[in-house]
Structures are given as structure tokens and as C-alpha cells.
Design a protein around this ligand. Structure first.
Ligand code: NAD
Ligand code: 89V
Length: 343
């Protein structure tokens, strides 16, 4: 395979994982980086040995010399940068949350479609080893047809020290973390027709909600609950594990804390360890997320080379993003929201 050349915009907290991931990916390398903060640009450029450094994304696109762009900035700049990539006919990866609003997200998908360039959202949680293991068990028919699910992320971990902006937004847990959990629910049980949500803010030092409980009606008739919290203090901190319960016509699946996968069906019960790998550059407890960064980047390269759609393409992610908007709307109005009407 001829190697693809990439450029990364946004050299902040999470970009370090993305740069490590690119070092491990086969068939691609990062040749240019951009950040408007000179300190971050220098830190990442020096750490990863990248000579081409820009403080302005327009200038980087004007110089060109790369086959794709990886946008790792926070949400405020996503629409402008994705549209810049489309104007320059450069395929783009965009971090989650994809956009500030669903209408921005739709415009970004349309810009890339019209320009004929691929667009993938860096929605990496479905690429975690334990989530892939659940999907594999379902696909193998281990529990027949699933009719109920629970996708749960409850933690007391201090995410604010690494990502201070998470304490400052009007919206917090659904937009930042629940977006991943909702995407996992879609990935496992399929698209959603309607949704009902309730939210709370428990931590008085942050602005947005840190607890959400969301009831999903899936198009195939299954029902699920997505429950997320950063206000849950447990004896053994589960961050950043998503726990899953699935009931099916022929059995049950439980993804338990500590990365255990328990499957019960007519043959009895099997228990497997589905722990993520601890990559050479990774550190606990983030290694689960870090491995999924590498996995989604490898997927990007493979699909781009084949000219095939990505699992979390911009178009696919509109259906996850609509769940985020619907959840905030439902919580504000105390009503069930018709998700299909938003798309
Ligand atoms: P951060 O604030 O640490 O880093 C963002 C960087 O982008 C900063 O260095 C900033 O100077 C730069 N930047 C912003 N706008 C720019 C522009 N227009 N041009 C050039 N540089 C610009 O943020 P972070 O914590 O690294 O988060 C970045 C994104 O990653 C967010 O959208 C966040 O939600 C997401 N994230 C994803 C995961 C995941 O697992 N997928 C985990 C953490 C964060
Ligand atoms: O994955 C994320 O988007 C992170 C975190 C796990 C802290 O919520 O922001």
C-alpha cells in the first residue's frame, strides 16, 4: 500500500493520543500539524518530530501536500474546518461532538458530499475491544433476537482537570460522553425512532448536566436505557468503561466492570476476558479509549483506500447527533421526541 499523508489540526489534550495512534497505523503518516496556540504546536511538533507546523489552517491547506486532514479541535471550529477541507477537496476526519447543532452537522455532511470527499466522525467508542466483542456475540446469534438493552457509564472520575472546558459549557454529559453511549446503543441495537430523557446537575462547580437517563425506542422494536453520570462515587472506579446488559429471545449478554463478557443461553454460561490491549504508549485507565483511537484511524485508512464508506461516516453520525439534540429537547420539555422527524 502506498502511504497516505495526513495533516492534523488541533494539538491539544486528546491529539496526543491521535498522534500516537497515527504512528502505529499502517499505511498513513502525519506530515503537517496546525494549532493557533504556539506552545501546543511546539510541544506536539517536537514530541512527534513533525517539521511542517502552522498556526493557521488556511495557510496549511494552501501549501497542501497531504491526502487527508484530522480535525482534533473542540467543537466551536468543527464546521469551519470541515467546510475548509471540502473547499480544498481534502477528505476529513472530525472529532466528536461533530457540530454545535444538527443543522450545522447536516451542512457539513452536504459540503463534503458535494465536494466528493470522504468525511468520518472520530466516534471511537464503538471501536473499543469490549464493544466489538458484544457486537460479535450478537452477530453470531449467541442470544437470538435482542429485545432489551442497557448501556451504562457511571463514574466519579475527575475529567475536568484534563479537559477544563467540560466544566464551562451549558451542556456537558450528553454532548461530551453520552454521545458515545448513544452511538454504542445504535451500533448494538440499531437506529432509534423515539426517545425520552431526564437530566440533572449534581456537581455545583460545573455549568452543565452531569447525569442523564435516556429511554430509547429502537426501529426494530427493542427498548433500551442509556444512563450516564459523572456524579457516581463507587468503591471501584469504572472510568472509562461502558457496561452493557442485553436480553434476547435465546439468552443474555452482560459486559461487566473489569471487561468481563458473560453470555448465557441454552448451552449454559460462558465468561470471557475482553480487556483492551495496553498499547506501548497507552496508560491505564485510558487504554480502552486509546486502543479505539488506533482502531478507528486504521479503519479510516483502509476504507479511504478502498473508496468505501466509514462505519462512523458523517452521514451515519447525523443519526447519533440527532439523539443528542433529541435528549436535550426531551429533558427541557418533559416530552418524548420523534427522532425520525429530526433527520
Ligand atoms: P483541547 O482544548 O485540549 O485542544 C484543542 C486544541 O485545538 C487547542 O490546542 C486549540 O488551540 C486548538 N484549536 C482550536 N481551534 C483551532 C483552530 N481553528 N485552528 C487551529 N487550532 C485550533 O481539547 P481536547 O480535550 O484535545 O478536545 C479536542 C476534541 O476532542 C473535542 O471535540 C473533544 O470532545 C474531543 N475528545 C474526544 C475524545 C474521544 O475519545 N473521542 C476524548 C477526549 C476529547
Ligand atoms: O471521550 C471523551 O469524549 C472524553 C471523556 C471520556 C472524558 O468524556 O471527553
Amino acid at each position: 500500500m502506498t502511504g497516505l499523508k495526513g495533516a492534523l489540526i488541533g494539538c491539544g489534550f486528546f491529539a496526543i493520543n491521535q498522534m500516537h495512534g497515527w504512528n502505529d497505523v499502517e499505511g498513513a503518516e502525519i506530515v503537517a500539524i496546525c494549532d493557533r496556540d504556539p506552545e501546543r504546536l511546539k510541544l506536539v511538533g517536537d514530541q512527534f518530530g513533525i517539521e511542517r507546523r502552522y498556526s493557521n489552517a488556511e495557510a496549511m491547506f494552501a501549501d497542501g501536500g497531504f491526502d487527508f486532514v484530522d480535525i482534533a479541535t473542540t467543537v466551536q471550529s468543527h464546521r469551519a474546518l470541515v467546510e475548509m477541507a471540502a473547499r480544498n477537496k481534502v477528505p476529513a476526519i472530525c472529532q466528536k461532538p461533530f457540530a454545535k447543532t444538527l443543522s450545522d452537522a447536516k451542512a457539513m455532511v452536504e459540503a463534503c458530499r458535494a465536494a466528493g470527499v470522504a468525511l468520518m466522525v472520530h466516534e471511537n467508542f464503538r471501536w473499543q475491544t469490549p464493544i466489538q466483542a458484544v457486537r460479535k456475540a450478537l452477530d453470531a446469534g449467541a442470544i437470538g433476537t435482542p429485545f432489551w438493552g442497557r448501556f451504562s457509564f457511571r463514574s466519579g472520575y475527575d475529567v475536568f482537570s484534563g479537559q477544563p472546558y467540560l466544566a464551562e459549557g451549558e451542556r456537558f454529559i450528553i454532548e461530551d460522553l453520552g454521545i458515545h453511549t448513544l452511538d454504542i446503543a445504535r451500533y448494538i441495537l440499531g437506529d432509534v425512532s423515539s426517545l425520552t430523557a431526564r437530566t440533572k446537575r449534581v456537581n455545583p462547580r460545573i455549568k452543565g448536566e452531569d447525569v442523564a437517563t435516556i429511554l430509547l425506542d429502537h426501529e426494530n422494536g427493542a427498548t433500551s436505557v442509556v444512563d450516564v453520570s459523572y456524579a457516581t462515587k463507587l468503591s471501584k472506579e469504572p472510568f472509562p468503561e461502558t457496561l452493557i446488559e442485553l436480553d434476547g429471545s435465546e439468552g443474555t449478554i452482560r459486559l461487566t466492570q473489569g471487561y468481563g463478557l458473560e453470555i448465557t443461553n441454552g448451552k449454559g454460561t460462558t465468561v470471557m476476558d475482553v480487556s483492551p490491549k495496553l498499547l506501548s504508549w497507552a496508560s491505564r485507565p485510558w487504554h480502552n479509549i486509546q486502543e479505539s483511537v488506533f482502531a478507528i484511524e486504521q479503519h479510516w485508512v483502509e476504507q479511504l483506500k478502498r473508496g468505501a464508506e466509514h462505519s462512523t461516516s458523517g452521514a451515519d453520525n447525523l443519526k447519533t447527533f440527532a439523539l443528542v439534540e433529541a435528549a436535550y429537547d426531551s429533558a427541557a420539555r418533559g416530552q418524548t421526541i420523534d427522532v425520525r422527524a429530526l433527520l
